[in-house]
Design a protein around this ligand. Sequence first.
Ligand SMILES: [Zn+2]
Length: 540
Amino acid sequence: MDGVTVVVSPLLALMYDQVMALKNNGVKAEMISSMQNEEEIATIRQRLLDSDIKLLYVAPERFASFEFINFLKSLKLNFFVIDEAHCVSEWGHEFRVDYRKLNLLRENFPSTSIAAFTATATPKVAEDIIHALTLENPVEIRGKVFRKNLHISVEPREKDGRTQLLEFLKNFKNESGIVYAFSRKQTEAVAVFLHTNGIKARAFHAGLPSHVKENTFKAFVRDEIQVVVATIAFGMGIDKSNIRFVVHMNLPKTIENYYQEIGRAGRDGLDSDVLLLYSGSDVVMQREFIEQLDESPYKQNAFNKIEQMSRYATMEECRHHFIASYFEDEIENCKTACDNCTEVQGEKTDITVDAQKFLSAVYRTNQSFGQAYVIDVLRGSSVQKILDNGHDKLSVYAIGAEKSKTYWERISERLMELGALKRGEFRSLVLDNVGMRILKNDLKVSIKEERLHIKAKKEFVVHKDEDVDSEVFEKLRALRAQIAKEENKPAYIIFGDKTLKEMAKLLPKNKEAMLHVSGVGEVKFERYGEQFLELLQSIN
Ligand SMILES: [Zn+2]
């Protein structure tokens, strides 16, 4: 196909990365951005006019310039690609005002096709994208929301979670990963903590000077440091394919954020592990933030999103299934790739009677109060509000006095997960169908025994390809790191982990065998083949 394809991308770092990877594979790709000077841009423009470029990357801001639009009109365009298209939608989680300008595309290029891509769009966001880009009768394709090489674990956080983090990281010697923390201060503290424990880690957040951020980013993609401890400012569109783990030290705000962040692991398709550490206090803190916002549909939306996230953290069913349902996709339980499916299920305790007590307390107080109030009634508290409402006269008053507040919170949590309770106006608890059936003794309720107690420390089981000689793999990695440094390029752009593992497994000794390794084409072989062959020949 001759002509040029224009790719709109939200981040300079992302564009830069992708253009470099394409060039390294022999594809004629360039970007036009604020990073380049006038002369460089003029050269690229001339090459575009000469049909010497196949893929052109630009930021959405470019479309504010009519001069630029007119320039594009003088080219033979194949189509437009909008990357990270959820940025168009205010219902998405990363709205960008500049993306709204993309409605100019349809107007100015009525006969050029537009393709929009995103990994995190609910049907509502998808609809918004179609509307904002003024697409007419578009073909909508949805992939399965299921990354089966991601092994998901969720654990209640013990204190600041650092001991758990260290325990988890023991499984990833020299392998890359991202740790997400809640605040800037926390990213720095965790990075220092890891460093003093012998792990090459650096902090990354929006408040750091740009040269520091740039250095950290480069060191990470070249495998010179192992871990980046970051706020969400890090990682959007990062294309490093050999990220083996992602850890969240706190509960993310939304399932969209979470899914996007864990999706940065295992881009090469190899097994990777993701761990979420959460605590009930995360939810309280997030709620307090949202509480301070002005009343708006966005505010209610934010409450709903954090509630879904909290439900995800505490649930006992398949986590991949939950994520898929959230994006309105239907998949089977993963059976092999989440803790709830794979762990030997601990003892379950029947809590039907206590669930009924809780639900009837909700019912008797007219489904108008929040969780804390309902628990107070159950435990026979004499706070003024209960006395004023006459709720101390109810049959449910004090019927749960012998159990702790935390105990009842867990019961409430479980009922929410099961859809027995939902939130009504002003955070009140309201009975749903399932709740009615439990009250009528039509359904039994159980909970993992351990959730009612403080958990014992556990060992993490991670997932790795055992078939590979790790010594050979390490040697190949070292060579890759050396080339990355010499060429000033991310390591995975030279060869991905998947390719190196295959090399370590097949031990190719000549060009022909080397070309059978996935990820080694003629162009790559031309560049790096001999060096790797030499190393492989020296082994044995
Ligand atoms: Zn599962």
